[in-house]
Design a protein. Sequence first.
Length: 124
Amino acid sequence: MSGAKFTDELKRDAVAQVEDRGCPVREVAERLGVSTKSIYTWQKLFSRPAKVIKEVAAQADEIRRLKRDLARVTEERDILKKAIAYVARESRASIGSKFDVRQVVERSFQRIAPAERDFAEIGV
């Protein structure tokens, strides 16, 4: 196939077959009808350096970690929302018709503070 033009996509796919899938260069070259020299040339053009591969892997690890953290923080937020709604309902009932958020928060912390002291005493 002298003079045949191959798209960059096909060249990248050929390089991926050799590098990612471990196919022999000769086999890929025969399937595509090109010389092994062409495959090696495409490798030089389209393969990623080891440094870039490590950076991509590190970024993928960081993304996974951030997604786990986001899920945890979202769950904590939802729990706190439910707790605040519960305390607000309880406080409204005990306060009567006058509802002051500051009082609700202060009472909530007064209820929570003894529990925090108990946890601190046992080392949690």
